[in-house]
Design a protein around this ligand. Structure first.
Ligand code: ATP
Ligand code: MG
Length: 325
């Protein structure tokens, strides 16, 4: 039994603190215990319109962010999804055992298609099938993701079981890995929706690469709830989210933050929060700016070679099982 984790992020925009707290932060410590594979899922990004030059740039940026955040290429395989064509090959096969109502139920599909009614493409609909292929291709045991992706990991589990029961044991049934804190960071401009890199307004998120002035401006503009108190309550979703971000980046508990701001107002809290975010991102941004682009390309090439080897072996097995010769 292997001991493997797989996860990925789409280069559909700039990575934000939600992506870090919900996903990458966990990758960084899990890579010490598991054989780890981290992918930049560019084929997922194109389910929304992307400018080709920008997509290319953002794909490399995401890989650089993995590295600057502490994903270690000595321990983990890092590669670009489209460099390993077996992902799409397996996705096609899994499509044939996926039921349309299973995909129609997906929250992400419903959300993204209602946000962009002009472009409800089949790729967006089949997104979870490609994600299942990403995961199943590598006999993944554990998938560290944010809460919003749990439904997609569940589909991957369903498809693995269905394939195995029809064609014989082939796929490992993957387990999701989420930690409660950080699994769902909400948008700064709308605390009822998760922070998202393809949000229409940049005031929705704090990008990991935002300069200090921008961070201060975004935190200042973040919506707050009515009232004046810094309270960690479900009835105060905006402040609750800001307290969460503060606590997670400052290694404190929400209770610590509540106590520290008992007699203080929103303005002071926000001012301090901005400095906590700026202080947290500073060393990361320094590392990010030092990384040599050629080195990133070398790491990605090496990663694709390693991933390809595993992917090819798995596809051989899959094809044999279903009678493709
Ligand atoms: P997009 O808007 O293009 O879907 P995204 O911000 O949702 O972008 P993804 O690439 O879809 O980012 O997801 C990458 C990882 O980050 C996934 O594991 C996802 O669960 C996690 N994640 C995304 N948004 C958040 C969030 N707001 N809080 C915690 N985790 C998140
Ligand atoms: Mg997403």
């Amino acid at each position: 039994m292997s001991n493997r984790i797989f996860s990925g992020i789409a280069p559909s925009g700039v990575l934000h603190i939600g992506n870090y707290l919900g996903a990458v932060k966990n990758w960084v410590h899990l890579q010490n215990k598991y054989e780890s594979i981290f992918c930049v899922v560019d084929l997922h990004a194109i389910t929304a319109p992307q400018n080709p030059e920008e997509l290319h740039k953002k794909t490399l940026e995401v890989a650089k962010i993995y590295l600057a955040m502490g994903v270690d290429p000595e321990k983990s395989t890092i590669f670009i999804q489209s460099h390993v064509p077996e992902h799409t090959e397996l996705a096609w096969i899994l499509n044939t055992i996926t039921k349309i109502p299973e995909l129609e139920r997906m929250t992400q599909f419903k959300d993204k298609s209602s946000e962009n009614k002009q472009n409800i493409n089949a790729g967006l609909f089949n997104y979870p099938v490609l994600m299942a292929a990403d995961i199943l291709l590598y006999d993944t045991n554990l998938v560290p993701v944010g809460e919003d992706q749990l439904q997609h990991v569940e589909i991957a589990r369903t498809l693995a079981r269905r394939f195995n029961s029809t064609f014989g044991e082939t796929f490992v049934i993957p387990e999701p890995y989420v930690i409660k804190e950080g699994m769902r960071i909400m948008g700064l401009d709308d605390p009822t929706k998760k922070m998202s890199k393809s949000a229409s307004s940049e005031y929705n998120y704090i990008a990991l690469t935002d300069p200090p002035e921008k961070i201060r401006e975004k935190v200042k503009r973040a919506v707050t709830d009515s009232g004046k108190e810094i309270k960690y309550l479900d009835s105060k979703p905006a402040i609750r989210n800001l307290i969460n971000i503060y606590a997670l980046l400052d290694n404190a508990t929400p209770k610590d933050i509540e106590d520290a701001y008992r007699k203080k107002g929103y303005a002071e809290f926000k001012k301090d929060l901005a400095e906590v975010v700026v202080g947290f991102l500073e060393p990361f941004q320094e590392k990010y700016n030092e990384i040599d682009d050629r080195e990133v390309l070398r790491i990605l090439e090496e990663g694709a070679t390693k991933a390809s080897k595993l992917a090819k072996e798995k596809m051989e097995e899959v094809k044999e099982k279903i009678g493709l010769t």
